[in-house]
Design a binder for this molecule. Structure first.
Ligand code: NAP
Length: 264
């Protein structure tokens, strides 16, 4: 896929990994739409991309809403005339073990709330589904070459304290296989799907994690540091250019190992 002149939407594009992806693609002359919740953050990223010579628009929208999803897709196509790449970065964590026990009594004192479960499933999983489904609909109907990029996580293999998040991210890992199988069945040949599963990446999301747990995890990263959002952005740019990448999930973790050295 040509970078120059392609059109990309990045949900969660006003912060973290999404912001890095939007900036990186715009430098390769991809026209980008930044979709996020906070107008001020959207305006900051759009403004900075334009000052740097790129083409960008911002759309304030909630990825869990079908109406908002239709709106950000249609506004992007109205502004740039087509749609080629969708990177579904909008996501949250709401960590908690399923059960917490009272140390004195040994009885259950707390449970993962239904709000923590629903918020993560709605935004990370249902939001990604809606973005991919409705973007693919427009790519097919427009006859445009496309690439769908859902964001999984290294914690798709299961992480304690993240029953909600790991459940969403393991489901996302399955999406490229199922979607491309269905595209083959339906004769849709010009839209690819590649999921990215980052390891621990230097964004605001990690500030919401228990920092002692994070430091312990980092001791098991072969690279010895957090991944940078720019490193993920570069990989997504490469995925655009390499048509052989399809129906798969690519991990970018810096070599995250379980304690005692088995690679995750
Ligand atoms: P981030 O810095 O918190 O950025 C996520 C963005 O998504 C924020 O701007 C957030 O807005 C936005 N967002 C949240 N809910 C939304 C909604 N309903 N509709 C539209 N936008 C919404 O997080 P990140 O670290 O870049 O994470 C991006 C993706 O990578 C997520 O899917 C995450 O699970 C995944 N990931 C991250 C890591 C990591 O270590 N950082 C590792 C593996 C996978 P607000 O800030 O206003 O809530």
């Amino acid at each position: 896929m040509l970078m120059n002149g392609s059109v990309a939407i990045v949900t969660g594009g006003a912060n973290g990994i999404g912001e890095a992806v939007a900036r990186h693609l715009s430098k390769q002359e991809v026209k980008v739409a930044i979709v996020d919740l906070d107008q001020e953050s959207i305006d900051r990223v759009v403004g900075e991309i334009k000052v740097a010579g790129g083409q960008a628009i911002g759309v304030k929208a909630d990825v869990t809403s079908e109406a908002d999803t239709a709106r950000f897709l249609d506004e992007t196509i109205a502004a740039f005339g087509q749609l080629n790449v969708v990177v579904a970065c909008a996501g949250i964590i709401r960590d908690s073990t399923m059960l917490t026990l009272d140390k004195a009594t040994g009885k259950v004192s707390k449970k993962m709330t239904i709000e923590k479960w629903n918020d993560v499933i709605n935004i990370d999983l249902t939001g990604t589904f809606l973005t991919l489904r409705d973007a693919a609909e427009r790519m097919v109907n427009g006859g445009w070459e496309g690439l769908l990029v859902p964001i999984s996580s290294v914690n798709k293999v299961g992480q304690i304290g993240q029953l909600n998040y790991s459940s969403a991210k393991t489901a996302i890992e399955l999406m490229p296989k199922i979607i491309i199988g269905e595209f083959l069945l339906r004769g849709i040949r010009n839209i690819r799907c590649v999921a990215i599963a980052p390891g621990y990446t230097e964004t605001a999301m990690l500030k919401r994690m228990n920092q002692d747990v994070l430091n312990a995890i980092l001791a098991d990263v072969h690279l010895g540091r957090l991944i940078s959002p720019d490193e993920i952005a570069g990989l997504i740019g490469y995925c655009m250019q390499n048509r052989a990448l399809n129906a798969t999930t690519i991990e970018i973790t810096g070599g995250l190992c379980y304690p005692r050295g088995i690679a995750k």
